[in-house]
Design a protein around this ligand. Structure first.
Ligand SMILES: [Zn+2]
Length: 474
């Protein structure tokens, strides 16, 4: 641990050339030596457990739930108080259906009590803090257990392997990368063998360049936001470009049927969608047969109606509520994700015992903003900008009024200052283009839409019809 910290510190002091040389050197270290033994052991467990029977998974989840409830009741100040208030003894939680005796945890309650979930005696060296914002534009800091981070990575790798990928092989990423200053819109990360392309610069000129580089990348797999891959697919289809991937791995936004069809056609690739959250409470991944499997070793996923009862009819839509087993730094029981899923009783033909009660994800469709050059801007990264400003901004709403006109509404946080405004303006300009006008307004509250939902990203501008669009509420 100490050696790793010193190497990190040494690396951070290097100049650009030195950093590049260090990365190239590190890329030669075999993957099996870079990760801890615990990671490989857990990945091996997951590779096997997915093929266990549905009954095995139920039994495993029941044991994990009992342990979690006992742990939360005895360690987490929030749950110690809650169990006392609702007069519930953890020994009463004997089977999965007993979960209904515990209240649903809203994001509002989580934010208001964020500091109370962490057990007082939790080892600080195992603590990893993270920030989230999400579609309601309400940033907050949450705690992760070091081992939870390692395990979540193993779940991710299991998903990749199910898509046919060999961990460590070259891949293409049309997500997560924001060029700094005059940095190119493309970069290669030798350590992880990833070719990154900026999803903020999807204009015709760049897409043409991206296609050429992707074709020579030797990557069989492409990762992207559904919205970014759809823009890429539109260009490929309209220009008859030939480009082939074995699979496209999507996540972070809702994947519409229309986008799936277009992307699969344009890239000659099968899509494997992934559902996860910044607040680690639920994971689902598509298998080769197309079903969303709930990663039940990670936690329990419930689909609930407006009264908090499980949805039971085929095709019924319910709120996705997650309970996580792996994060001891912030135990979360029955967390309401705010996302919607469609219920199914059908089984999957692939043979995995992981549950498939969620047929599809319905409620992650955020509006896409459109940049000055006509490129689509994935909304998820506006969330990440504000997640890093959680003390300064308690809530935000970014509205695109016209092609180059944006209004940013901010509810000030305790650490808000003039400097915050400058940093926000700079971060936004980088994302939506220097030529855009951004009017920043500080407000007491963000007004909800007609359906009562507070949206963080709203597009009122429609480049085709130039009429205001209906606001979608999913
Ligand atoms: Zn399956």
């Amino acid at each position: 641990m100490k050696l790793k910290a010193s190497l990190h510190s040494l690396y951070s002091q290097l100049g650009p050339g030195g950093k590049r040389a260090a990365e190239l050197f590190y890329s030669l270290v075999p993957l099996r030596w870079r990760k801890k033994k615990g990671f490989w052991r857990y990945l091996e467990f997951l590779r096997k457990s997915q093929w266990k029977s549905a009954d095995w998974h139920k039994e495993y989840q029941t044991g994990q739930l009992q342990q979690l409830v006992q742990y939360a009741k005895s360690k987490s100040p929030y749950y110690i108080k809650l169990f006392k208030e609702i007069k519930c003894n953890p020994s009463e939680i004997k089977k999965l259906s007993d979960l209904k005796h515990l209240p649903i945890l809203s994001k509002k309650t989580l934010i208001e009590n964020a500091g109370l979930f962490l057990p007082e005696d939790f080892p600080r060296r195992q603590l990893v803090s993270n920030s989230t914002s999400g579609s309601t534009g309400e940033p907050f800091k949450f705690h992760l257990d070091y081992y939870a981070v390692m395990r979540e990575e193993a779940f991710t790798v299991r998903h990749w392997e199910n898509c046919g990928m060999i961990y460590g092989e070259p891949t293409v990423y049309l997500r997560s990368f924001i060029p700094k200053g005059r940095q190119s819109t493309y970069c290669f990360d030798p350590v992880n063998n990833r070719h990154y392309f900026s999803a903020y610069h999807l204009d015709d000129k760049n897409i043409e360049l991206y296609c050429r580089k992707m074709a020579t990348s030797k990557a069989r797999f492409i990762f992207g936001y559904p919205s970014s891959l759809e823009v890429l697919a539109d260009y490929i289809l309209s220009h008859n470009i030939e480009i082939f991937f074995e699979a496209a791995i999507t996540g972070s936004e809702m994947l519409t049927d229309n986008a799936r069809i277009k992307i699969e056609k344009a890239l000659s690739a099968k899509i494997y969608d992934w559902y996860g959250l910044a607040e680690p409470t639920a994971i689902m991944g598509q298998c080769p047969a197309g079903s969303y499997h709930i990663f039940s070793e990670f936690g329990i996923v419930e689909l609930l109606d407006a009264n908090g009862e499980p949805v039971e009819e085929e095709g019924e839509v319910g709120r996705i509520v997650g309970t996580n087993f792996t994060n001891r730094a912030m135990p979360l029981i029955r967390y309401d994700t705010g996302d919607l899923g469609v219920f199914t009783k059908k089984r999957c033909s692939c043979g995995r015992g992981l549950p498939v009660s969620v047929k599809s994800i319905e409620g992650r469709k955020d509006d896409l903003l459109i940049g000055s050059d006509g490129q689509y801007l994935p909304s998820v990264n506006f969330y990440s900008l504000f997640a890093n400003l959680s003390g300064e901004v308690s809530r935000f709403q970014l509205v695109q009024r016209d092609k180059n006109k944006f209004i940013l509404r901010l509810v000030r946080g305790a650490e808000f200052s003039v400097e915050s405004v400058n940093r926000i303006r700079e971060g936004l300009s980088r994302r939506i283009g220097e030529s855009s006008q951004i009017k920043i307004e500080t407000v007491d509250k963000i007004m909800p839409t007609r359906a009562g939902k507070i949206r963080a990203v709203v597009r009122e501008y429609n480049p085709i019809s130039t009429v205001k669009e209906e606001q979608h509420e999913n």
